[in-house]
Design a protein around this ligand. Structure first.
Ligand code: NDP
Length: 256
């Protein structure tokens, strides 16, 4: 039945050309959703869309930089045009990190990380709200991080943005429940993507990460996209306001 599918649903997945976002685009499209995505690099976006068309997926895309306010507004106008004003699924995936000690952050770096990770997700929710409401059944999923749940060495500002995303999840779940819009947050631990590949090439670093991870390995993008898809399906319609870690057990590991 339609319980485990997304036929007839429309979705916006931000940052879909690589990593977790790419896996989410492919997961939702394979389950029957019509998907719109975006990224900053026109050529890479064009290549992906060709691949997806060849696989029979219904995916379109816009080139935009989501750290910039008017580009977010343009993106939502394009989404409204493509889906006739109705959006069932918003996956706020875009995020970045600058790895350095707190004492070394400049004001510009602070603004860049906040704009990319937090302000963009908040603002996209604001301007997508009418489309999510019009769909009759909306699901917002944030790609957060276990860094927003427990303190880890990935950086304090990054963790602050993810912690704020987790609270945004709880508040929107309550504020927009009357519009039949749910909001949930997915918190990955280390996942092999273009964001982490340089770090994980360092085997001593990977060993350090894995040693704290009960399942004894880092994760793959498809292990995140599976949960994202479930949170958008009719099978999860009573789940809202939750932050779910997908972390091989890392965040519950006191000292094993
Ligand atoms: P990647 O860097 O591999 O992919 C990011 C995607 O977002 C790309 O498609 C990129 O395309 C796009 N993107 C980045 N910045 C912008 C922007 N300003 N405007 C539009 N598009 C943008 O990242 P991951 O897949 O690893 O991470 C995705 C999310 O998951 C992030 O929020 C991250 O914090 C979170 N996460 C990742 C973990 C990991 O271990 N990988 C762990 C925990 C959380 P382009 O560069 O062309 O714009």
């Amino acid at each position: 039945s339609g319980r485990w599918a997304l036929h007839g649903k429309t979705a916006l997945v931000t940052g879909g050309t690589r990593g977790i976002g790419r896996a989410v685009v492919e997961e939702l499209a394979a389950l029957g959703a019509a998907v719109h995505t975006c990224s900053r690099k026109e050529e890479e976006l064009g290549e992906r869309i060709k691949e997806w068309e060849a696989r029979g997926f219904r995916v379109t895309g816009s080139v935009c930089d989501l750290s910039v306010r008017d580009q977010r507004e343009r993106l939502i106008r394009e989404v409204a045009d493509r889906f006739s004003g109705k959006l069932n699924i918003l996956v706020n995936n875009v995020g970045t990190n600058i790895r350095k000690p707190t004492t070394e952050f400049s004001a510009e770096e602070y603004s860049f990380v906040m704009a990319t990770n937090l302000e963009s997700a908040y603002h996209l929710c604001q301007i997508a709200h009418p489309l999510l409401k019009s769909s009759g059944s909306g699901s917002i999923v944030f790609i957060s991080s276990v860094c927003g749940v427990v303190a880890v060495f990935s950086g304090t500002l990054y963790a602050m943005t993810k912690g704020a995303i987790n609270q945004l999840t709880k508040n929107l779940a309550c504020e927009w429940a009357r519009d039949n819009i749910r909001a949930n947050s997915v918190g990955p631990w280390y996942i092999r993507t273009s964001l982490t590949e340089k770090l994980l090439e360092n085997k001593a670093f990977e060993e350090q990460v894995v040693s704290r991870t009960p399942l004894g390995r880092v994760g793959e993008p498809g292990e995140i996209s599976a949960l994202v898809a479930f949170l958008c399906m009719p099978g999860s319609t009573y789940i809202t306001g939750q932050t779910i870690s997908v972390d091989g057990g890392m965040s519950v590991n006191g000292f094993y």
